[in-house]
Design a binder for this molecule. Structure first.
Ligand SMILES: [Fe+2]
Length: 186
């Protein structure tokens, strides 16, 4: 997914039309796999740290989720759609998170809403689904619950593994390094 440090055009130039982007030629794309639907949204806004989806993308998401109502869907975007309690990052979250929630609430097949941007693992209930924010595979951010810039911390690089166990989707946080990130990245 394209985030605030990315150029969606470069993403499309490199991977557009391939299976890695569901054959699409834009940074919004869908992969309808046999057991799961993956939806990648483009929440990037040129020149801004915060994100926005916009009505056109939300309308298309509504259509995609209705197309295979019995198949679990993962809705993926860079910016968290709700505040996570870290003021610095909440100030640059998804601007139309409430509008996204209104779309998701019309569907019962959203197994997870997946985001990044925060650089540390966060889980929350969201729109009758579960929002899982992934840690970073590079630098982890501090848990800065008061005003100020969260510095980077020497915590392990990690990723999330979403596993279908029986009838339930389970999310594991998987550290893949020792504490190796630099202290103070800003
Ligand atoms: Fe970001």
């Amino acid at each position: 997914m394209a985030g605030n440090h990315d150029e969606p055009g470069a993403l499309v130039d490199a991977f557009g039309g391939t299976g890695l982007m569901g054959g699409a030629h834009e940074a919004y794309y869908v992969a309808e796999l046999p057991g799961v639907t993956l939806v990648a949204l483009d929440s990037s806004v040129p020149g801004e740290g915060g994100g926005r989806l916009g009505p056109a993308q939300l309308d298309r998401l509504d259509t995609v989720l209705a197309r295979r109502p019995d198949i679990p869907a993962f809705v993926c975007l860079h910016h968290p759609p709700l505040p996570v309690g870290i003021p610095f990052l909440d100030g640059m979250r998804l601007a139309d998170g409430d509008a996204l929630a209104q779309v998701l609430l019309r569907h019962t097949n959203v197994a997870r809403v997946l985001a990044g941007h925060v650089h540390r693992p966060v889980t929350a209930a969201y729109a009758h689904s579960t929002l899982a924010i992934a840690p970073s595979t590079h630098l982890q951010s501090g848990l800065a619950l008061r005003e100020g810039v969260p510095n980077y911390l020497p915590e392990p690089t990690s990723f999330l593994l979403h596993l279908l166990a029986g009838a339930s989707w389970i999310t594991h946080t998987v550290p893949v390094s020792h504490a190796a990130a630099p202290i103070g990245g800003y």
